[in-house]
Design a protein around this ligand. Structure first.
Ligand code: A2R
Length: 326
């Protein structure tokens, strides 16, 4: 029997490539010299797509060239790279890789928080530059007695909160809805949360719904002792407003893993000694990236064996939601 045709938009982990190569006829879009011509040629045969949050947008232009597409299996828990509205219109299932990265991202968020407050990278630089021989490293800010606000208390947000409980700090959160099964204080507005705490940890999805959720007003509310940690998406924070707040002292510091125009990071941020910058590595361990890759494979193999997707995104539920009547 002929193998099903699956398109991959850019190279993925060896584990994913090997398994998809074995199960499907895998088409490598990045190897095409003219991608549009390539898709016009083979697009009609493609029934599945493997893509990733770092492969660029997958939107109406691509969907138009793939008339028989059934499923987009995306690597990453965030799927703001896929135009899900277009997928819904066309009855295409979209899957992501949730849960398998919760602990890894939460670990990194805590590491970034402590690195930012205790200035761990700066202390390392101090030693390596031979400055310890001249003077001790200056005293740092602290996590002690801080109030932490989590923006987006979902799967990862809750894993961060569980870890923070061990640090003896107070925890509050903001989301669109109050959750009945958690005891943390709820704030219906992000500005209200920022006023009440002195650390904000941002861990919402990206996309239009959260664009610039953390803006100048929120940063001003966080205040001059305030610290912003962003492990969500760069789009959730107004980067210009953040740079201004860091420059003026409207907030104390920031620990960032994500940026508005990755992998380009504003020079103004790079030039600031008192903040901590990571190159979007929250889930980037061998263990966790392989687990995420396996889920990309499992979603495609499960779908094409007739068993439905493993982890469809909420907008394309499986089994499909019944059409509203009337
Ligand atoms: O708003 P709610 O109550 O549905 O809470 C969700 C919250 N959230 C928002 N909060 C404020 N304003 C919004 N417009 C908004 N949209 C969503 O974010 C929920 O508590 C949280 C997302 O949780 P999960 O869907 O469980 O996502 P998970 O697996 O924790 O990953 C979060 C994000 C990914 O989408 C990537 O962007 C990043 O972490 O790696």
């Amino acid at each position: 029997m002929a193998k099903t045709d699956v398109l991959m938009t850019a190279p993925m982990l060896p584990l994913v490539m090997e398994k998809l190569d074995a199960a499907f006829t895998l088409h490598r879009l990045w190897e095409a010299t003219d991608r549009d011509a390539y898709l016009k040629d083979i697009g009609g045969r493609i029934r599945g797509v493997a893509t990733s949050t770092v492969h660029g947008r997958f939107n109406a232009d691509q969907f138009n060239l793939l008339p028989n597409l059934e499923i987009v299996s995306s690597f990453g828990v965030g799927y703001d790279n896929v135009d899900v509205g277009e997928a819904v219109k066309r009855g295409i299932v979209v899957t992501n890789t949730p849960d398998v990265l919760n602990d890894e991202v939460a670990d990194l968020a805590i590491g970034l928080l402590i690195a930012t407050l205790r200035q761990i990278p700066q202390a390392d630089r101090h030693l390596r530059a031979g400055k310890w021989l001249e003077r001790p490293f200056p005293l740092s800010p602290t996590l002690r007695e801080r109030k932490i606000g989590i923006v987006g208390l979902g799967r990862i947000g809750k894993a961060i909160a569980r870890r923070l409980e061990g640090f003896g700090v107070s925890i509050a959160y903001h989301g669109r809805t109050q959750q009945s099964d958690v005891a943390y204080a709820y704030f219906p507005t992000v500005t209200g949360l920022a006023e009440a705490v002195d650390v904000l940890i941002v861990i919402t999805p990206g996309g239009a719904g959260t664009r610039h959720l953390v803006n100048a007003d929120v940063l001003n509310a966080l205040g001059p002792e305030g610290v912003l940690i962003n492990v969500a998406r760069g789009s959730v924070v107004d980067e210009k407003a953040l740079i201004e707040a860091l420059r003026s002292g409207a907030i104390l510091s920031a620990g960032l893993d994500v940026y508005e125009d990755e992998p380009r990071v504003p020079q103004a941020l790079i030039d600031m000694e008192h903040i901590v910058l990571l190159p979007h590595v929250a889930s980037a361990s061998v263990h966790t990236r392989n687990a995420m890759g396996q889920l990309v494979v499992d979603n495609l193999t499960s779908w094409f064996s007739g068993e439905g997707p493993k982890t469809p995104v909420p907008e394309t539920p499986w089994p499909r939601a019944p059409k509203a009547s009337g």
